[in-house]
Design a protein around this ligand. Structure first.
Ligand SMILES: [Zn+2]
Length: 216
């Protein structure tokens, strides 16, 4: 495990705010991950008493490893790749909102999905971010093992650092399979988390405008 501080570069990834308190292991090379993960899935499936050699399951460990690699691909993305220079000078200083960004993540406690929507707003300060990049930043952090509380602040802090915005607001609403499929088995509870920075935190009117525009 490596302790990562803001600004540090690892595998070409510069960790910005939001990664400050998070410790990640160095990602393994792709082929090793696939082999290790596939072997691990074999053991997991065998632990149920299933016959791993039956036709329906024989390739499942490989497929599951590939799926897991996809679902955690955020560990292999770099912020530089995600932004790809799509940061543009602009005089625009009104609120920019990207609403209803689909969000798929895995809870770090149970490795079960949580699924929902993310709403992002910022007030530019001389720079605007390409629209699709907001969604890609959401994805970069969502495609890791997460809790919703950490995820919302990583997204907000990163957008603040990248754009130098006057304010950033992020809200996530999500349903957690670990609550729906196991444990308390509550099917209709939605968890909401928010992170308000700068003018969204300091100014009630700005915050209210954002909340009314996303109908939250
Ligand atoms: Zn969970």
């Amino acid at each position: 495990m490596a302790s990562i501080v803001a600004g540090q570069q690892i595998n070409g990834f510069t960790f910005l705010a939001g990664s400050r308190t998070v410790t990640y292991p160095k990602p393994l090379p792709f082929m090793r991950i696939m082999l290790n993960t596939s072997d691990s899935y074999t053991q997991i499936i065998e632990s149920t008493g299933e016959d791993i050699s039956r036709p329906g399951l024989v390739d499942t460990p490989k497929r599951a490893a590939k799926a897991f690699e996809f679902l955690t691909r955020g560990y292999h993305e770099t912020l530089a790749e995600v932004i790809n220079d799509a940061l543009f000078p602009s005089e625009f200083s009104e609120m920019v909102i990207v609403k209803d960004i689909e969000l798929y993540s895995l809870c770090e406690h149970h490795l079960l999905p949580f699924i929902g929507k993310c709403h992002v707003a910022y007030i530019p300060n001389g720079k605007v971010l390409g629209l699709s990049k907001v969604a890609r930043i959401v994805d970069m952090f969502a495609r890791r093992l997460q809790i919703q509380e950490t995820l919302v602040s990583q997204i907000a802090n990163t957008i603040e650092e990248v754009t130098d915005a006057q304010g950033v607001a992020v809200i996530i609403e999500a349903k957690h399979m670990c609550m729906m499929m196991r444990g308390v088995e509550k099917q209709n509870s939605v968890m909401k988390t928010s992170s308000m920075l700068g003018s969204f935190r300091d100014n009630q009117a700005t915050r209210s405008e954002f909340l009314s525009l996303i109908n939250c």
